[in-house]
Design a binder for this molecule. Structure first.
Ligand SMILES: *[C@@H]1O[C@H](CO)[C@@H](O)[C@H](O)[C@H]1NC(C)=O
Ligand SMILES: *[C@@H]1O[C@H](CO)[C@@H](O)[C@H](O)[C@H]1NC(C)=O
Ligand SMILES: *[C@@H]1O[C@H](CO)[C@@H](O)[C@H](O)[C@H]1NC(C)=O
Ligand SMILES: *[C@@H]1O[C@H](CO)[C@@H](O)[C@H](O)[C@H]1NC(C)=O
Ligand SMILES: *[C@@H]1O[C@H](CO)[C@@H](O)[C@H](O)[C@H]1NC(C)=O
Length: 258
């Protein structure tokens, strides 16, 4: 079940008009939580409504998108983790939330980053593990493959939100190209705080992050370079890459929250 509120606003409502395409997000590949043990689901309404994804950074810290909690009270949210089918995961409450103070809630806003604390800490296992943050001087992994996972919708026609973790390979788009694509649009790219990724759509199928994937990490070689933020051209648009918050641009802000 997905409500409009659940369509985490950052993905433009305009794209709903494209719902006639048979849009298969993430192209039907089931993932196993053992391969993505850092994945966490955020639920709202007494854990009945899926809201966003997030990533485990350490035993009591999660990284997500600010927009997931801009209109939602983080202290009434529930997280689930350690399960491929999100509602089968262990449930926990959030003890503290840090939403970036300069996230404005506008679609064009950067600073789409938030940290959530869990107390007592998570217990790590085969299905519960942290993911690394990038180093401050690490170059963007342009051209590399990101193994992306999420519980976002998997079919646009039915507006079907998956209960089973899905995966798709994305390529990190080089920054110059992405800046060029978003130049003179209402969501210009800030190369310091944003990074782009795009699925291979050369077979003509639309794929990539979509509603509900917000907050999920963009991971390359075990490092989370991005946080799913917005899809200005709509989900699975072959000409407009998905925009992620560039984690390396927020290491100072994160340092006292880990
Ligand atoms: C929340 O869900 C639990 C478990 O399903 C239930 O016992 C509880 O009454 C619910 N609380 C509210 C406020 O609906
Ligand atoms: C979360 O908080 C609610 C309200 O305080 C409480 O009823 C519930 O048991 C808590 N859930 C967990 C998993 O700790
Ligand atoms: C928020 O923006 C103000 C004004 O540009 C700046 O001084 C401040 O450092 C920013 N806060 C953070 C946490 O980046
Ligand atoms: C995704 O990338 C991995 C390498 O990171 C590769 O092993 C796998 O075959 C790719 N999957 C698809 C569907 O291209
Ligand atoms: C992709 O996005 C561009 C720019 O917003 C738009 O003009 C185009 O119609 C979109 N394509 C599809 C297939 O939605």
């Amino acid at each position: 079940m997905i409500s409009l509120r659940n369509i985490v606003f950052i993905f433009s409502i305009f794209t709903l008009a494209l719902g006639r395409h048979t849009l298969k997000i993430i192209e039907g590949e089931d993932a196993d939580i053992k391969d993505y043990p850092y994945m966490v689901a955020f639920l709202q309404d007494n854990a009945t409504m899926f809201l966003c994804g997030a990533a485990i950074i350490n035993e009591n810290t999660l990284l997500t998108a600010a927009h997931c909690f801009f209109y939602e009270n983080p202290y009434t949210a529930t997280i689930t983790y350690g399960a491929t089918i999100y509602y089968e995961g262990t449930k926990r409450n959030i003890s503290k939330a840090f939403i970036h103070p300069n996230f404005t809630g506008e679609y064009a806003s950067t600073n789409d980053i938030g940290v959530l604390k869990i107390d007592p800490p998570l217990v790590f296992s085969e299905t519960v593990q942290p993911i690394k943050l990038p180093q401050s001087n690490t170059p963007n992994p342009e051209g590399k493959i990101a193994n992306f996972a999420g519980w976002g919708i998997s079919s646009f026609d039915l507006f079907h939100q998956t209960i089973k973790l899905q995966k798709v390979n994305l390529t990190i788009v080089d920054m110059k190209t992405c800046v060029e694509i978003y130049k003179n649009t209402d969501t210009p790219l800030d190369p310091e705080t944003q990074i782009c990724a795009q699925a291979d759509m050369s077979d003509g199928k639309m794929r990539g992050a979509c509603y509900g994937d917000s907050g999920s990490p963009l991971v390359v070689d075990g490092v989370t370079y991005g946080i799913t933020s917005k899809c200005p051209g709509g989900c699975g648009n072959a000409t407009t890459p998905t925009i992620y918050t560039r984690v390396a641009g927020y290491l100072d802000w994160l340092s006292d929250k880990l």
